[in-house]
Write a protein that binds this ligand. Structure first.
Ligand code: UD1
Length: 432
């Protein structure tokens, strides 16, 4: 077990380069299963969700070769259709994408119900609705989702809930189906568009990604591609928050400023300066911020994945802020940890009210999920004194070399090995 030790108070200065988008790459890698030739995927982030995805594909028989640490060559022609067990699926939500892609290629799939961040209820009914509409029989047996179809035939699907995962799975399952599939009330997130662009570069016929209605005309074959994953919107937003919380001045490179607009607008509103360039942004912190209201929404609204990091900045903004979470019902688990650092936050259901304090104080805290961990890092960087952040495996699921990048900006952060209390006590008992 490892933890971060952060001595707060250093203003972040310099330049940082953003890695490829986690939420895009965890869809794009399984999508190569649909290709009839090898694919090269560039700008993949070196994070544990990618390691797990590639491991699953390798165990299924794909030939995987890293050309360098951010480029992978994948030949899925030898891949066999195998069940994906709970041990793998519990590690990340995106194992659900194997449902769509295996169904699309083999017309059957068996994948354990997914894990991922504990953000409250995360059903997959919309995914199943889509597979059923395309002609698959869906069942759940012993915690495994079973899909089987004689033929996949295009259909019109209206999502009752705007879902990134169901939209991506729908695209994957429909791309080689017979005829036209129309997905209505589709998710518009940048990673949905990136997946569609990648599949189109393999010869798919997908139009409308990035709007409410996506039309997919099935094709018989998909060829290989060389495709570069978009930069990570949320990693960029997290560095914006870190620059703001430390009152620093940071040039954030390899970003798509348009994807950051909902985040940028909130930072501007509280008094952070943001300068936009073609593929970079500069964030200049101020001495005093003012509280604001935030409500999370599907893209192009304020992303739920930035809600905790933004709240961390608001803990020291003047006056009251109101943060409303409209996507997930349990996304304030980090609040208790911020309170340990002196934040004044009350939570009622899906609304958090933050009364700004002068300064947070370092404390031992625990990451409860990926973005919660990121929020605690932001808070600790701006706090007075030293914080220890436990359970950082959550953070490493989605951030490439977080502490190295932060150190490059002047942060006082190290990663240290933390003895496992369970094995330690077992060892102590044995010794007695
Ligand atoms: C994806 C992102 C995650 C982000 C979330 C919302 C990936 C790998 N993960 O998660 O980082 O926080 O989008 O932007 O891209 N829902 C249903 N039924 C379904 C599916 C979803 O009711 O079948 C609900 C969920 O409970 C949630 C909402 O729809 O309330 C949005 O979830 P969804 O967009 O599906 O999130 P994920 O794809 O799991």
């Amino acid at each position: 077990m490892e933890k971060y030790v952060i001595k707060g108070g250093s203003k972040l200065f310099g330049e940082v380069t953003i890695s490829g988008a986690k939420n895009a790459v965890v869809a794009i890698l399984p999508a190569t299963i649909l290709a009839d030739e090898p694919c090269v995927i560039e700008n993949i982030p070196n994070i544990s969700d990618v390691t797990i995805t590639l491991q699953i594909m390798s165990e299924m028989g794909a030939n995987i070769r890293m050309r360098n640490k951010n480029t992978v060559e994948i030949d899925t022609r030898p891949l066999r259709n195998m069940p994906i067990p709970y041990e793998k699926a519990k590690l990340m939500r995106a194992t659900t994408y194997f449902l769509g892609t295996l169904l699309g290629r083999f017309h059957s799939a068996r994948v354990s119900m997914p894990g991922g961040c504990n953000l409250g209820d995360r059903p997959i009914d919309q995914h199943l609705k889509c597979f059923t509409a395309l002609g698959a029989e869906c069942g759940i047996d012993g915690g495994m989702v079973d899909l089987k179809a004689d033929r996949l035939i295009g259909n019109q699907i209206f999502f009752d809930k705007n879902s990134v995962g169901a939209t991506i799975n729908g695209i994957m399952a429909a791309v080689k189906a017979e005829g036209l599939t129309i997905i209505e009330n589709a998710a518009k997130e940048p990673h949905v568009v990136d997946l569609a662009n990648c599949l189109n570069s393999m010869g798919a016929d997908i139009i409308g990604a990035g709007t409410d209605v996506i039309k997919i005309r099935g094709v018989k074959e998909l060829h290989g591609t060389t495709y570069s994953v978009i930069p990570d919107q949320i990693e960029a937003g997290t560095f914006m928050a870190a620059a703001a919380a430390t009152r620093g001045n940071v040039l954030i490179k390899n970003v798509i400023p348009k994807h950051l607009e909902p985040i940028t607008n909130k930072f501007l509103k509280i008094g952070v300066q943001v300068e936009q360039y073609d593929d970079s942004i500069r964030v200049i912190g101020g001495e005093n911020y003012v509280g604001t209201s935030i409500k999370t929404h599907p893209h192009p609204g304020f992303p739920t994945d930035m809600q905790p990091q933004m709240s961390a900045v608001l803990t020291c903004a003047k006056g009251a802020s109101m943060v409303t979470e409209s996507i997930f019902d349990n996304r304030f688990r980090y609040v208790d940890e911020l309170r340990r650092m002196g934040a004044n936050i009350s939570v009622e259901g899906r609304v958090a009210v933050i009364e700004g304090v002068e300064r947070l104080k370092g404390a031992p805290v625990r990451s409860t999920d990926l973005r919660a961990g990121a929020a605690l890092i932001v808070a600790a960087l701006g706090a007075e004194g030293t914080s220890e952040i436990y359970d950082i495996f959550h953070v490493e699921r989605g951030y490439e070399n977080m502490e190295v990048k932060l150190r490059g900006l002047g942060a006082n952060i190290i990663k240290v090995e933390e003895p496992d209390p369970v094995s330690d006590s077992a060892a102590a008992k044995k010794a007695v």
